[in-house]
Design a protein around this ligand. Structure first.
Ligand code: PEP
Ligand code: MG
Length: 581
């Protein structure tokens, strides 16, 4: 049994078989000591992988021989020879036996020696054999890991263990087959983490070397609430976590009772609770968690995992479906927020050194006006249910905002000429997620109906902390005084101009922070549906005057840690044990 710590990003506890996904089979495999008593088991695992690889190669050779011809199939004879190479096999077994190390490492280190030796040889033909050795080496390692390449098509429900999962990889996961996921890289507000919460599966990111510590088939416990992974737990630990899982389910059932109660403070101050979504099939979860609308619909997922762009008609149908299912509750559609950690294969966007600071989101849309207009026309056409609002991501200046609004106006005019209907009063907002936008929010407020503070990005840009980098995740501080000051000034500036102000970053899903935001007079909180009931419970337990006092005092501290500590203490006073759930 071994316990690994990572960053907790999606709550819940699960126990199940692991499925390890190696980013790319690398031959740099860390050594792991094995017990004397496990030496023969380890050798048997290696021999078994050789046998399976041999059977696969024979199968491929046969297929090629019948489909293409005998000659082509002979290529695989070299592979078979390597598989039967006694020197190689003996070397690997020697390392396992004498140095008592895991067979993956033993095999990979012997292969590295072969590569080095072959690359020195002054014979082109022999040098090319390195490719064969690499190829067969990869196959053997995959067999050792028990890896199934197409992990999206899992045969049984399991826990995905991966070096990294991109947001598009995560979006492809079969929700019914994935019990949880654990990755080596990623931060608390990476889009992969956010997707875990949307899918309501436990998730832990930033778990050091997890892919080399877990093997496919190992039983693992994932505690996504505490950020813990336990490999091959003993019976007592399994029972303990089963009890924990049961307690969590009971707590969820309790929280569900709040669903139809208003989200207001004890003295009647209303704070709208809305949900963030990526896909329209999340709407049942949005409603079952008591959201009063959708505060952020991340439309870029409509553009992902495909080689073409979604047409106006296709987007119109998607937006209309969401509007219709949610009506009369409001839905804020965010225009394409491409870039950062979200890449699209359909658009030829060059690889950039700093993708989070690059040609992305509104910057991209203002140069690819064709792509932008297609989306805006689709949104306008779907607005006839009178519950849609639109907002632009990554606004940094008033010029960008004015230009986006001009393009929106052109789309309205075009639709009028075409005789198509739309909601002429559809509200338009700006996301405030870049420090410059927060600082000039007084100017921006004149151009919009509302602001939505995107704290996920605001924190990364204001504190210069990459939100997907686990190594600096400790610096990603939502309670940093600089962040709170920026938020306060955006709310004040918005209100001064009669605009309502929401917050759609993940930090507002933290009950203590939600109380603080309520005290700063935020009008709406939008976050992952799964955490909304806890936010509602916290708001319902606090009075507006208490929240304002908490905000006032919090702003007087000098560090994020002090503010965090203060908030936790105050929430404990207000909510008692519920604060720990
Ligand atoms: C944000 O940046 O806070 C936000 C809500 O947008 P996203 O997480 O999609 O970048
Ligand atoms: Mg953002």
């Amino acid at each position: 049994m071994e316990l690994l710590k990572g960053i907790a990003v999606s709550p819940g506890v699960t126990i199940g078989p692991a499925h390890v996904r190696h980013a790319e089979t690398s031959f740099n495999i860390p050594a792991q000591a094995i017990l004397e008593t496990d030496v023969w088991k380890e050798i048997a695992r290696f021999e078994d992988a050789l046998t399976r690889t041999r059977a696969q190669i024979l199968g491929i050779r046969k297929k090629i021989a019948t489909q293409i011809g005998r000659e082509s199939s002979d290529i695989f004879n070299a592979h078979l020879l390597i598989l039967e190479d006694r020197t190689l096999i003996e070397d690997v077994i020697g390392i396992i036996k004498e140095r008592k190390l895991n067979c993956e490492h033993a095999f990979a280190s012997v292969l590295q020696r072969y590569f080095a030796a072959f690359s020195q040889i002054d014979d082109a033909y022999l040098r090319e054999r390195v490719a064969d050795i690499k190829d067969i080496g990869r196959r053997i390692l995959e067999n050792l890991y028990g890896e199934q390449k197409d992990f999206e098509k899992l045969e049984r429900a399991c826990v995905i263990i991966a070096h990294d999962l991109s947001p598009s990889d995560t979006a492809m996961l079969d929700k019914d087959k994935v019990l949880a996921f654990v990755t080596e890289i990623g931060g608390p507000t990476s889009h992969t983490a956010i997707l875990g919460r949307s899918m309501e599966i436990p998730a832990v990111v930033g778990t050091d070397r997890v892919t080399s510590k877990v093997k496919t088939g190992d039983t693992v416990i994932v505690d996504g609430t505490r950020g813990v992974l336990i490999i091959n737990p003993d019976g007592r630990t399994i029972e303990e976590y089963q009890r924990k899982g049961k307690r969590l389910t009971e707590q969820t059932t309790e929280l569900d009772k709040l669903r139809d109660l208003p989200s207001q403070t004890t003295d009647g101050r209303k704070i709208i609770l809305a949900a963030n979504i990526e896909f329209h099939d999340e709407i049942p979860s949005v409603l079952s968690h008591g959201a009063e609308g959708i505060g952020l619909y991340r439309t870029e997922y409509l553009y992902m995992n495909r080689t073409d762009l979604p047409t106006e008609e296709e987007q119109y149908r998607a937006y209309r479906q969401v509007a219709e299912k949610m009506a009369p509750l409001p839905v804020i559609i965010r225009t394409l927020d491409l870039g950062g950690d979200k890449f699209l294969s359909s658009l030829d966007v060059p690889h950039e050194m700093n993708p989070f600071l690059g040609w992305r989101a509104i910057r991209f849309c203002l140069t690819r006006v064709d792509v932008f207009k297609t989306q805006l026309r689709a949104i306008l056409r779907a607005s006839t249910f009178l519950n849609l609002k639109v907002m632009y991501p990554m606004i940094a200046s008033v010029q960008e905002l004015k230009k986006a609004n001009e393009i929106l106006e052109t789309c309205r005019q075009e639709l009028r000429v075409e005789g198509q209907s739309y909601d002429p009063k559809m509200e338009v907002g700006a996301m405030i997620e870049i420090p410059s936008a927060a600082i000039i929010s007084d100017i921006l407020a004149r151009e919009v109906n509302f602001f939505s503070i995107g704290t996920n990005d605001l924190i990364q840009y204001a504190l210069a902390v990459d939100r997907v980098n686990e190594k600096i995740a400790y610096l990603y501080e939502p309670t940093h005084p600089a962040i709170l000051q920026l938020i306060r000034s955006v709310i004040e500036n918005g209100h001064r101009h009669g605009r309502w102000v929401g917050s759609c970053g993940e930090m507002s899903g933290d009950p203590a922070i939600a109380i603080l935001l309520a005290g700063l007079e935020i009008d709406e909180i939008s976050t992952s549906p799964v955490v909304l009931p806890k936010v509602k419970r916290a708001i319902r337990a606090t009075s507006f005057s208490q929240a304002k006092e908490i905000a006032r005092q919090a702003m007087s501290f000098q560090t994020g840690a002090e503010i965090r500590e203060f908030l936790d203490a105050r929430v404990h006073e207000i909510m008692g044990d519920q604060a720990d759930e």
